[in-house]
Design a protein around this ligand. Structure first.
Ligand code: HEC
Length: 122
């Protein structure tokens, strides 16, 4: 004999709502994970980081005229703050603003690369 579902309509609605919320959250995080430059632009940015930023911060970002930008140096610093420093520069110091060459998204991406370390311009 077939048993008719014992679940109440309210229960089914709850499952439906949870599923929609779950899909929304998955969609949202997948979307924010895509917030990064195109692969070609990523290579250009790493090149810029090593060549241009490296001229002050050291080719391996160990520091020079500018401070070291290695993971251990940046781990306690707020990513938004560091992206702002890159975009706006630090007035009264040699750190120039980069907002003509680099977008906000790109600055945040560079901060993540610096926090991860192992930057290699090849
Ligand atoms: C002309 C030299 C120069 C160049 C080129 C330069 N910087 Fe800087 N940068 C500095 C100096 C000097 C400081 C320290 C400013 C201060 O005293 O707060 C600094 C600070 C920073 C900071 C903040 C570090 C911290 O610990 O607070 C970040 C991040 C940074 N630079 C990233 C970059 C990036 C990325 C580039 C290339 C896009 C770049 N810099 C290019 C000189 C430079």
């Amino acid at each position: 004999m077939m048993k008719i579902s014992s679940q109440s309509p309210a229960h089914n609605t709850l499952i439906g709502v949870s599923f929609v919320l779950f899909m929304l959250s998955v969609g949202y995080s997948a979307n924010s994970a895509e917030q990064k430059p195109e692969p070609k632009r990523q290579r250009e940015l790493i090149h810029l980081l090593v060549q241009d930023c490296g001229s002050c911060h050291g080719l391996t970002l160990k520091g020079g005229l500018g401070p070291a930008l290695l993971p251990q140096d940046l781990k306690d610093k707020d990513s938004e703050f560091l992206a702002d420093v890159i975009l706006e520069g630090v007035p009264g110091t040699p750190m120039p603003p980069w907002n003509v060459e680099i977008t906000e998204l790109e600055a945040k991406w560079l901060v993540q690369r610096m926090k991860e370390g192992g930057i290699d311009d090849r």
